[in-house]
Design a protein around this ligand. Structure first.
Ligand code: MN
Ligand code: MN
Length: 287
């Protein structure tokens, strides 16, 4: 018998055998504080092997879900738009196979490539953002493509009232004012998430989970830690309310494993991934 360390949760499936497909994007070139999110997909693969596939919270098991790990994109470092195009193509490919795309970053800018592809397939796409930061700048250090501008780009694609933001506690005054006016904006905590079911009904939902929404006490391994965040238990209990939505894809971004040598943050990210896979499976009635 051989050990399997090369795929998330040691899933053996090819894409044509699976219901969902994960890919990693080891890219962090616009990171403004501590870099290193490029190492997240590989570290999460290793750590995921150590996690039970069974979720006691949901009474569901990853063994009952077929997920393919497509590996990591090869990223041309220094060319953010080219990397976004690769993310777009990979997401489009997965959608063409009628599978649910799941992206593991990398930095938050990568979400733009995925949302561009999702928005082509789903005309009424809704974006649920969990984050400590607004990410609504027009540019950062004269760069339009940045992890600090990603949600503004998504807004420019989707328009008003299609972005639902939670947990945000940092940004410029102008970003907060913009968010209040143009987003379904729920700063500081995740309490309003349970209302999404009534609001969105069966509309297609893409969830972008910037893991720095967690308090740094629970998740120190991130490039731009922001005190005042939610606990791990609060995050999970609010994520469970997403089961009732029509989830069509999601991403986890901004784990920076190297800045947390204890491994707590990588373990937290893997557990969030397990729970999110099961939530998405439940949302699709395939588990
Ligand atoms: Mn972010
Ligand atoms: Mn953030």
């Amino acid at each position: 018998m051989l050990a399997e360390h090369t795929r998330f949760f040691a899933y053996p499936y090819q894409i044509d055998q699976a219901e969902m497909a994960i890919f990693g994007v080891p890219f962090d070139c616009t990171t403004s504080n501590k870099p290193g999110t490029r190492f997240a997909p590989a570290r999460m693969r290793l750590e995921s092997i150590n996690l039970e596939t069974y979720s006691p919270d949901q009474n569901l098991d990853l063994a009952d879900l077929k997920v393919a790990d497509l590996g990591d994109l090869i990223c041309p470092f220094g060319n953010a738009r080219k990397v976004l195009d690769l993310v777009y193509q990979q997401t489009e490919y997965i959608l063409e196979q009628n599978k649910m795309p799941i992206m593991i970053g990398g930095e938050h800018l990568l979400t733009l490539g995925a949302v561009e592809a999702m928005n082509e397939k789903y005309s009424d796409l809704q974006l649920v953002q969990l984050d400590a930061h607004t990410d609504l700048r027009d540019e950062y250090l004269d760069e339009k493509l940045s992890h600090a501008t990603v949600i503004k780009h998504c807004y420019n694609l989707l328009g008003t009232d299609r972005i639902h933001a939670y947990g945000i506690r940092s940004g410029m005054r102008e970003e907060f004012e913009f968010a209040e006016q143009n987003l379904n904006f729920n700063p500081f905590d995740l309490k309003g998430m349970s209302k999404l079911k009534d609001k969105l009904q069966n509309k297609p939902v893409y969830v972008t989970l910037d893991l720095d929404v967690l308090d740094p006490a629970f998740f120190p391994g991130t490039g731009t830690p922001e005190p005042g965040g939610v606990t791990f238990k609060e995050l999970l209990s609010e994520l469970f309310t997403l089961q009732d939505l029509n989830i069509v894809g999601f991403d986890l971004v901004e784990l920076c494993p190297e800045v947390d040598p204890s491994g707590i943050s990588t373990a937290a990210a893997c557990k969030v991934l397990r729970e999110m896979l099961l939530i998405a499976g439940k949302s699709k009635n395939i588990i």
